[in-house]
Design a protein around this ligand. Structure first.
Ligand SMILES: [Zn+2]
Length: 328
């Protein structure tokens, strides 16, 4: 009898933590291990709402996960952490997934948007594209082969302090790897580095290869990639053909977040995920930089609450926009 009561209490507790939306912990740096645990927990809690897919593995064998929320045949995609030190964007994307899944389960609105929009337009969340980079940045270099640890220090200009790490595990900058304007990107640095190395050729990194293949499969209406920092939204690329349409969506997200809109540059640098998405799909794509500028490190946890407030409705707002886009 005692055991039964214990069991019941545990069930009630498990249920209430899920209901309150307490799976994703935002009080400590978000690691790859936490991500994996949270995905399992959310999947268990919202079996009918969520689908989990491993879309590939990083160079050093860590999983790259995509989580689908909703039953809509059309979809949008939201991506976090191209860059190691930007793990706060994984936290943000996961918290969004948790809040939306809970509301969808209860058929509630989120920020005035009915979640039954997810029956028309699903959201694919790819919370952490660069798990190796995150692991290095969080000083878990001992998890890499010994020989490679020395290389990592060399790529980090001889320093064992990895807080500034942006690249993947091989010292390639994942947001300089996409086949859109890649050739025009600077060659400096011309070897693997903690940041900015564009690689020997586009789509050389396993992580980028996995993402591109997956995006081509799901064919999203809109794509958003979260980065840090700067509280700014980039939304255009020089050969984009639908500037007016795309700007309208960018303005909406700018109003929602209070982030400034970047002016379309005269000479776009290219090589980034959204540059490629706009080039290949001719559909809206946003690069959203959270947090005030902080220099070469992760934004401090103290900024998360405000960044969350600014961004919590972005996913469903984009799903709503996607519903109104005409197919092209
Ligand atoms: Zn970034």
């Amino acid at each position: 009898m005692k055991r039964l009561i214990c069991c019941l209490l545990l069930l009630v507790w498990l249920d209430s933590t899920a209901v309150k939306g307490q799976v994703v912990d935002t009080d400590q740096p978000y690691s790859y291990e936490m991500l994996k645990d949270d995905i399992i927990k959310l999947h268990q809690t919202y079996k009918n709402e969520i689908e989990v897919k491993k879309i590939g593995t990083s160079h050093f064998g860590r999983g790259i996960y995509a989580v689908k929320l909703g039953s809509g045949s059309r979809n949008i995609v939201i991506i976090g952490t191209h860059h190691g030190r930007e793990w706060m964007t994984s936290m943000l994307v996961m918290k969004k997934l948790e809040m939306y899944a809970d509301a969808y389960h209860k058929r509630e609105d989120v920020g005035g948007i009915p979640t039954d929009i997810l029956n028309d337009v699903s959201i694919w969340f790819i919370p952490m594209l660069n798990p190796d980079g995150v692991t290095i940045q969080q000083h878990d270099v001992h998890l890499f082969p010994e020989k490679h640890q020395k290389r990592l220090v060399r790529m980090n200009n001889g320093s064992r302090h990895f807080e500034r790490w942006k690249a993947n595990g091989l010292g390639v900058d994942l947001n300089r790897q996409y086949p859109a304007g890649w050739k025009d990107l600077k060659r400096k640095p011309n070897r693997p580095s903690y940041k900015f190395y564009k690689g020997k050729k586009p789509v050389q990194a396993a992580e980028v290869k996995a993402l591109i293949e997956f995006i081509r499969k799901i064919n999203p209406e809109i794509a958003a990639a979260y980065h840090s920092a700067g509280q700014e939204i980039f939304w255009s690329y020089y050969n984009g053909k639908n500037t007016k349409r795309d700007k309208k969506i960018a303005v909406k997200i700018s109003n929602l977040t209070g982030y400034k809109l970047a002016k379309p540059p005269k000479q776009a640098t290219g090589g980034g995920f959204t540059d490629w998405f706009i080039t290949e799909f001719h559909r809206p794509a946003l690069t959203i930089e959270i947090s005030p500028l902080v220099g070469e490190k992760s934004p401090p946890l103290s900024v998360f609450a405000e960044e969350w407030n600014r961004n919590q409705f972005v996913g469903l707002t984009l799903a709503n926009e996607a519903k109104n886009l005409s197919h092209n």
